[in-house]
Design a protein around this ligand. Sequence first.
Ligand code: ADP
Ligand code: MG
Length: 355
Amino acid sequence: PRSVHQIQSGQVIVDLCSVVKELVENSIDAGATNIEVRLKNQGLDSIEVQDNGSGISKENYETLALKHYTSKLTTYTDLTSLQTFGFRGEALSSLCALSKFTVTTCLASDAPKGSKLEYETSGKLRSTGVVAAQKGTTASVEGLFHNLPVRRRELERNIKREWNRVLGVLNQYACIQTGLKFSVSQQPNKGKRMVLFSTKGNRTTRENIVNVFGAKTLSVLIPLALELELEPTTSTPGQKWSTQEPSDGAVTQIHVRGHVSRPAHGEGRQTPDRQMFFVNGRPCGLPQFAKVFNDVYKSYNSSQSPFIFANIQLDTHLYDVNVSPDKRTILLHDQTRMLDNLRVSLSALFESQDY
Ligand code: ADP
Ligand code: MG
């Protein structure tokens, strides 16, 4: 019979996309300036993420993949001002339960000798070996869901849709992270490995977008720099979400930064209709925000959908990242007023364009 652990693990690692996301976030948290994502057979065979981050020290080998082991969260209050992507210590333990999971890691002081760590389904360290390595960590996931036949079959059946979501998430990290060299390659079942895209450690998100989507994309983009201001409200008892309330009577400032298609960019100039949303640099799906962008855009240009890269910057007490295990769903407090405000500001931005 399957252990409880195996079943619960499904909550963090729900699909291919969450594997990729968790591994990339661990690399970013480790301070990497170079990340290479290597997929084999669209991730069905393997997913490998290599970074040049801090590496893992020997005393953490045993505990690394145990449930709730995390080196990141130290106190509960940290949750309200999260600096790292990870904080639950669930990803690696889930990956052990759901795949063949190995880690190669090396501290700067140990290079060029690193360790190869193999973990059991339970997250227990099975073996360590010495390998040649440079500073950093490579996490490798083979045969995701191999021990859950129904989930595996479902993944294979939906691989086309999954693959698009994986690319979508990888695009998001590649575009938002400045100062990071990020490359993604894929080796098909039959055929040789190909680089799908790579960024060059750019200083701006603009340059990242050019690396990922091509220079042509830029010609239709305008900068997005909106200031949303929410007047203070008297907070209703029972609707208090967070432990830290903003100081009374202050106007709440929200910045929306990024790039968006100019509505009238001429016939035949198709751009990728990618739509990427972030909250304080954290990639997430924000369907209601997307709807406002699309609605406003459509009233100027009904024949195309816009390219959107929007980073919503706001105080951490105005949202919860903790609502879903994969941290992609973010609960924004007072969202209705934010959206109304966004609609007005965005219309003004498009209105101000010289067509
Ligand atoms: P979390 O990210 O929530 O802490 P994970 O299960 O994703 O939990 O990872 C467990 C721990 O393993 C992390 O807290 C970190 O100490 C270590 N770790 C994972 N990936 C890396 C990496 N690429 N480089 C350095 N340390 C890592
Ligand atoms: Mg993590």
